[in-house]
Design a protein around this ligand. Structure first.
Ligand SMILES: O=C(CO)COP(=O)(O)O
Length: 255
């Protein structure tokens, strides 16, 4: 946690979810209505096919719907792609850019992620900019240098605490059940904040949310989310079940 920063618990459904899953989303929305929203903000980034219906389901709740990626352009001949403006039109308030699965599956570079963050702002969306080292990079002792490079390359200088959020997701911790130690998370997040200061200035960097993502579950949420400079979570698998997602947010009730 960082004094003065309201935490955000964000879900990322990835390529999961059909109309049946809207029942889980409804339960998440109602769960936050029950008082969790006094402690945290909440967001669920659903597949584009569900976004408009998700926006409807969540409309009377404090939970916001988000997208998982956007094209850098506003419109045009890009079959299968979706622009920030289209996500916004469907009801999104936020969009994830540069998730490691996009970087790996679609060859997205820091420069592309940088352009997508700017595209999110053009559309009026908050950009959740993802960074994180692979297992090999970690084993080679390169974690902090990789994070420096990714912050410098992916986070535009115009990022502010209100238009951008950084998510630290060690690639090797995603979907594996493995997590870094609390000390490693603390080191990575402090390093990211220091590197952000070089790009966006000390004051803005001090107020920007830095989320942790990678195998966050109700059972490890108190430990991971209680670490200094961890301002919330980006949750994959556990965001598909309302009870698990709410269980993670409940960690804040005990802090
Ligand atoms: O990639 C993630 C969220 O964006 C994390 O996924 P898991 O929570 O399933 O490890």
């Amino acid at each position: 946690m960082t004094p003065g920063i309201r935490p955000l618990v964000a879900g990322n459904w990835k390529m999961n979810g059909t109309s049946v899953s809207l029942n889980e989303l409804r339960a998440i929305g109602h769960g936050f209505l029950g008082g969790l929203d006094s402690e945290t903000e909440a967001l669920v980034c659903v597949p584009a096919t569900l976004l408009a219906r998700a926006a409807e389901v969540l409309s009377s709740t404090p939970v916001r719907p988000g997208g998982q990626d956007c094209h850098a352009e506003q419109s045009g001949a890009h079959t299968g792609d979706i622009s920030g403006e289209m996500l916004k039109d469907a009801g999104a308030t936020h969009v994830i850019v540069g998730h490691s699965e996009r970087r790996a599956d679609h060859g997205e570079t820091d420069a592309i992620v940088h352009a997508k963050a700017e595209a999110a702002w053009r559309a009026g969306l908050v950009a959740i900019i993802c960074i994180g080292e692979t297992r090999d990079q970690r084993d080679d002792g390169e974690t902090l240098s990789v994070l420096s490079r990714q912050v410098a390359g992916s986070v535009p200088a115009a990022a502010t605490p209100s238009n951008a959020i950084v998510a630290y997701e060690p690639v090797w911790a995603i979907g594996t059940g493995l997590t870094p130690t609390a000390l490693d998370v603390a080191k990575a997040h402090a390093h990211i904040r220091a590197e952000l200061a070089a790009t966006i200035g000390f004051e803005a960097a001090g107020k920007m949310r830095i989320l942790y993502g990678g195998s966050v579950k109700p059972s490890n949420a108190v430990e991971l989310l209680g670490v200094d400079n961890v301002d919330g979570a980006l949750v994959g698998g556990a965001s598909l079940k309302a009870a698990d997602f709410l269980g993670i947010a409940e960690a804040y009730l005990s802090m």
